[in-house]
Design a binder for this molecule. Structure first.
Ligand SMILES: [Zn+2]
Length: 352
């Protein structure tokens, strides 16, 4: 594996023993992906209640980020669309493409941003994580009560002790474990679902709360400049290549503030791509955000909507069994009106 980005997250590295892709949605992946008993994603249908909480704090708007897309076709097809920072954002795009393998390319998504997980299942510890990058899968990886969503965003988070100056040491220690079939990571991932909608009801009337959220997600995704990612023979999918697009003014604060953390699912699982390491604390928000047809299309044209990619399959792994794990549903307070509207939409989108 070339770098932490690949080792840790959704990247391009081969699973031990071969390349991997989405032709079979991961059914043919090896090592921990095949042998692990605590894998992700799963169907979220929990009835177990827990006194957990999830707090998102100190996020600011972002400058100097890049949208990074990685794509592969051919005998294997993998890839994802990320938003992340590079350590040398001033470098010219062309040079970065050539030097990609040498770039220390993962830094914190937000230097101040913090996600606090309170868990009472073990020692009652309060855990703090710092978002490293975010990326998306379309369709969703997790299902809620058996239903897929149009897209699922993952915030991949590291403990604060592994960020900043300590990051390099963390990467080294992790790389040394690459071949270990029982290796467990200490990551947290926050999952956020999206439903494509124009926020109109059956009579064509605008649903106000939904529209406000759609406006916010539109400006967030527009800031990622996905329309600048090359398509066709020059695109990353057809080309087996990376593409970096500047995303210099990302309204991350309003996006994070809009997340409804009152209701979420929590369980311990794994990375959803090889090497599928376990030890990941998952929190998946119950209430989906709206996404416009245009912005969703800019994602799926690289994956599920692109016949060159895994024969029109998306970049989502198949659902894994829960086995002996606990799966919690946390309900901290009544749904807001806006959240109710979105929950309704999420259901409606899959009834028709
Ligand atoms: Zn993911």
């Amino acid at each position: 594996m070339k770098s932490f980005a690949y080792a840790a997250i959704a990247g391009t590295a081969a699973a031990a023993g071969g390349n991997w892709g989405y032709y079979t949605m991961g059914k043919d992946w090896t090592v921990q992906c095949a042998t692990g008993q605590h894998q992700s994603p799963i169907d979220l249908n929990a009835k177990d209640k827990a006194d957990f909480s999830l707090k998102i704090q100190n996020f600011g708007d972002q400058t100097g980020l890049h949208t990074h897309i990685h794509g592969k076709t051919g005998t294997y097809a993998n890839g994802a669309l990320y938003l992340k920072r590079k350590d040398n954002p001033a470098e010219e795009i062309g040079r970065r493409l050539q030097t990609h393998g040498k770039v220390k390319n993962v830094l914190q998504l937000d230097a101040e941003g913090d996600i606090e997980l309170k868990r009472n299942e073990k020692d009652g510890a309060t855990l703090h994580y710092q978002p490293n990058q975010l990326h998306v899968h379309a369709p969703s990886e997790h299902t809620i009560g058996g239903k897929y969503f149009d897209m699922e965003m993952h915030f991949v988070m590291l403990p604060h002790s592994a960020t900043g100056d300590a990051h390099e040491k963390f990467v080294k220690e992790q790389k040394a474990k690459e071949g270990d079939a029982d290796y467990k990571v200490n990551y947290a991932v926050l999952g956020v679902m999206f439903t494509e909608t124009d926020c109109k009801d059956d009579a064509g009337k605008a649903i106000k709360e939904c529209e406000a959220k759609l406006k916010m997600t539109d400006s967030f995704f527009e800031s990622m400049n996905m329309d600048q990612i090359k398509q066709g023979s020059k695109g990353p999918i057809e080309n087996r290549n990376d593409s970096w697009v500047k995303a210099d003014k990302v309204p991350l604060k309003s996006f994070m503030d809009s997340l409804d953390t009152s209701q979420f699912y929590a369980y311990e699982g794994s990375l959803t791509t090889p090497p599928c390491w376990e030890g990941v604390r998952w929190s998946v928000l119950k209430n989906a955000l709206p996404i416009s047809k245009k912005q969703l299309g800019l994602v799926t044209r690289n994956y599920a909507g692109n016949e060159k990619f895994a024969k029109l399959k998306g970049n989502n792994r198949v659902i894994m069994p829960l086995n002996d794990r606990k799966l919690f549903f946390i309900d901290n307070g009544a749904l807001s009106l806006a959240a109710t509207t979105m929950a309704g939409l999420a259901t409606a989108a899959y009834l028709f």
